[in-house]
Design a protein around this ligand. Structure first.
Ligand code: TXA
Ligand code: MG
Length: 351
């Protein structure tokens, strides 16, 4: 059985937070909103608690979890953060959507959290409900995104319910999340910041915060004979059940190619969908069985916020083929395209 709490995201009911925190302290799992996506939390010091996360999600045990804290002072118990670049990143972006991979202090956490690595990814979420819950729990909380493994990350409590009802201890419903994509994951080396996963904090923001360091894109796929830098990279994530094709080109050429691809899929007896900018959605009327209005072409924040909900819509509609519009790879567009490319299994055409 899963217990649900409905809270005001700005001023969460203290009683609900106390109950949810008590559940975490008792070694159970609790899903909660953050500014990026919903997380599925458990006491990061307890292997029994952390194992419940892996079991509920069906997550491979070699993919480490991010640890969430409410206060800077909690960091020193978990990880070494003396580096100057690390301090600067923390000052600039916490609380916020930046996860920093740091040397783990031995014995501080259940080894299940880090999948046996000697590093740990830590972040302080920028969400009143998450911070209140972490504060009340009083322990570091391991929390991956609160979806079944292989499903899009949840940006609404309903998504968590769809994937995990009955499999977790509790769910704090604090409404839709803000950013809509996961945190940026970085590892720091002397003079370098390696972006292991693009996310809510953009490369340009990192560059501005640490002008002396090189910002290195390390999110690419590892070569087959190499261990991936971030274990999460080797898993296919965020994939809808239908096959997706991204079409990149001028608006007119891309729209024409999308119509052509949809017609071909229909002719083959497939149920079709299109992920379309708000401005373009009307022109696809009649071309696809399911038109999902994504957001304004130039509004990267809206596109990020609505992407995962849109991907889930296609699954609900039982769509076999999805044509998606393309977003320029700049600013938040980097993270959007990183997720969209994964959803499409890298199927992309340039016209
Ligand atoms: O926004 C977010 O980061 C959300 C919310 C809930 O905080 N959490 C999240 O967690 O997206 P998850 O587990 O879905 O993704 C964690 C990513 C994975 O790609 C994992 O491989 C990487 O972070 N990661 C965690 N610890 C790491 C470590 N020690 N070294 C390298 N990568 C690590
Ligand atoms: Mg995830």
């Amino acid at each position: 059985m899963t217990i649900y709490w409905n809270v005001n995201p700005e001023a969460a009911d203290p009683q609900a937070i106390r109950e949810a925190a008590g559940m975490l302290r008792a070694g159970q799992t609790v899903a909660f909103p953050t500014e990026t996506v919903y997380g599925l939390g458990a006491d990061a010091r307890s292997s029994e608690a952390v194992q419940r996360i892996f079991t509920a999600k069906g997550r491979p045990s070699d993919n480490p979890l991010i640890v969430h804290i409410a206060h800077r002072s909690q960091l020193d118990e978990l990880a070494s953060s003396e580096d100057e670049t690390v301090s600067r990143l923390i000052e600039t972006f916490w609380p916020g959507p930046l996860t920093i991979v740091l040397p783990l202090k031995p014995g501080a956490l259940s080894p299940l959290v880090t999948a046996g690595l000697d590093t740990v990814g830590v972040r302080m979420p920028d969400h009143p409900v998450a911070l209140a819950l972490l504060e009340a729990a009083g322990c570091p909380v391991a929390a991956p995104s609160a979806n079944r493994s292989g499903r899009p990350s949840p940006t609404r409590a309903e998504h968590v319910r769809e994937d995990l009802a009955g499999r977790i201890g509790g769910l704090v419903d604090g409404g839709p999340t803000g950013v809509g994509l996961e945190s940026t994951v970085v590892a720091v080396a002397p003079g370098e910041v390696h972006v292991l996963r693009p996310g809510g904090v953009t490369s340009a923001q990192l560059r501005e915060a640490v002008p002396g360091a090189a910002i290195i894109d390390a999110a690419g796929e590892a070569k087959p004979d190499e261990a991936p830098r971030s274990p999460g990279m080797k898993y296919t994530h965020y994939a809808p059940q239908g096959r997706m094709l991204i079409v990149q080109g001028t608006p007119e050429a891309a729209a024409a190619r999308i119509r052509q691809e949809l017609a071909a899929a229909r002719a083959a007896g497939e149920r079709t969908g299109v992920l379309a900018f708000t401005e373009d959605a009307p022109q696809f009327a009649g071309d696809a069985d399911c038109i999902v209005e994504w957001g304004g072409r130039h509004d990267a924040f809206e596109l990020a916020r609505r992407l995962y909900d849109a991907l889930r819509r296609f699954d609900e509609e039982g769509v076999d083929f999805i044509a998606a519009q393309h977003v320029p790879d700049e600013g938040l567009g980097e993270a959007i395209m990183n997720r969209l490319r994964k959803a499409a299994g890298n199927r992309i055409v340039h016209v």
